[in-house]
Design a protein around this ligand. Structure first.
Ligand code: NI
Length: 162
């Protein structure tokens, strides 16, 4: 089972490298990431969260097939935004409300390198944006006001010391 790296590891705040090899290792990695995500009851996981600098993430919403996004680009986002309580497997136990665009269009390639485009709204759009941020070293604590960020981190470090 892949280990999920927690907040504090430098890789979580670095920009990930583009995926260039579409081979069995990549397939293995995505399967292992999906398994680790499900094991921790997550609905999305990005490669930097398992210590790998690669622009890819997996999404697994309830009652939906697994989705894999490799070298993704968000090409459009709605002006309308919505708020939702997010968590992150790299911050176990920390949840808070984050505002993001309600809908996005994303382009990516699949496990064989074949391009696709997807329009997403609702929870899928939410997860896509959260995971996409991980590829640029952006964390959900970076998407709130500085005051809220400080409170969240203080709460998180108290929780870790419990
Ligand atoms: Ni996350």
């Amino acid at each position: 089972m892949l280990n999920i790296v927690l907040y504090g590891e430098p890789i979580l705040i670095q920009k990930a490298q583009k995926v260039k090899e579409f081979d069995q290792n990549l397939e293995r990695l995505t399967l292992d990431m999906y398994e680790a995500m499900k094991h921790d009851n997550g609905i999305g996981l990005a490669a930097p969260q398992v210590g790998i600098s690669a622009r890819l993430f997996v999404v697994g919403l309830e009652n939906e097939p697994p989705r894999i996004f490799i070298n993704p680009r968000i090409v459009a986002m709605s002006e309308e935004s919505s708020e939702y309580e997010e968590g992150c497997l790299s911050f176990p136990g920390l949840y808070f409300t984050v505002a993001r665009p309600s809908a996005v269009d994303i382009e990516a390639v699949d496990i064989r390198g074949r391009p696709f485009r997807l329009s997403a709204d609702g929870l899928l759009a939410r997860v896509i944006q959260h995971e996409y941020d991980h590829l640029d070293g952006i964390l959900f604590i970076d998407r709130v006001s500085p005051a809220k960020r400080r409170r969240a981190l203080a709460h998180y470090s108290r929780m870790l010391n419990m």
